[in-house]
Design a binder for this molecule. Sequence first.
Ligand SMILES: [Zn+2]
Length: 445
Amino acid sequence: MSESVHMKAYRACLLYFLPDAEPNQAAVFEDDGLLVVGPNEQGLQVVQAVGSYQALQARFAQVPVTHWPGRIIAPGFVDMHSHYPQTNVIGSPADGLLPWLEHYTFPEEKRFADPEYCAKAASFFIAELLRNGVTTALTFATSQPCSVTALFEQAQAQRLRLITGLCLMDRHAPADLLNQKMPHASVDATEQSLLDSEALIQRWHGVDRLGYAITPRFAPTSSDAQLRGAGELAAQYPDVWIQSHVAENQAEIAWARALFPASRSYLATYADFGLLRERAIYAHCIYLNAEDRTLMSASGAAAAVCPTSNLFLGSGFFDYAAADEAGFAYGLGNDVGGGTSFSPFHTMLAAYTVGREGQSKTGLSLSPQHLWWQHTAGAAQALGLEGVVGNLQPGCEADFVVLNPQATPLLARRKALANSLDELLFALIVLGDDRVVEHCHIATS
Ligand SMILES: [Zn+2]
């Protein structure tokens, strides 16, 4: 126990997940628990032990304990999809996805040509994620390299575990938002976007807690050459992530099908360019057919389900029953600014609503622990970060939130009547927001 001098312990209720259990039954709740954290061999603070206070107190008697009576320590939330340059367009009224992009999103994204604007936006975005309890995020930047650099720098400073990448977009968007050719350069804008992506991979991927994602915005805004180049990069750097959008709404699907008629489906377009593999995260995945779902599962790609965005834009409803039948991985994303909230509680509640919808697909009631899993351990698994984040199992990075289940009068009243773990978690999901998150603890190094 010579290292106990560098350890810290936290006593409160504990919520975490069994790694190999069904998501419906994976949650473990300790009424009086102890979480012990300390440095691993690389000096990064990780979970050393988790369990009941009674069982662990003697073993860690030398370790200073912070006691939070009546509070719940839970894994930091893992968010699989958002757009940091859209923070300012959250809550903008529009007639569906394509008009929303044209009237709000593209004009705002143009401002990210200015590094100072990027740094301010990135700093706010990351602080807002942390304030809401999100400690790992996969997010879009814009097609300007300075937007990516600014976000990595701010995430590094605030120690958020962050994955992002240069938005690849060489056609079908306003000219000043497309990837740009360098003055006097011998390569065109498409080639430049791929060179910039590779330079950013080499600069940032694996530095501290940062990761790179090859990021075609979506198939319609990339040429064949750009998608082919992105696929080649993905093959060359297999532990780099890929992120894009697929099958969000019908107009978008029709457009993608018209532009890539040789592919079997919109999703298959990505497969045809080498962009469907493990660590490839596709936002939405609403309008997939059985063959598409098999392709998701066989390739190891995962869906980022974005329910507040899908409800806000009227896009449609992710089919949980069909996803589970096909066996592909998924987790939740806030999809700010199409999404309406940074709060994981709002996203989990919207996921429940989407699951219930039974007109366009099978309606079901996702259990509260399954909803919570989708935003923590399940999302980590979908990102290929199981055992790294999203849980409090020994070895996981010490990212956790301290929740106050009595943060509002109504929540306190409802919580007092909860007779089971699922009732407690559902009260938090339905009534909770940033007021519940008292502390957000990030692993230090
Ligand atoms: Zn999105």
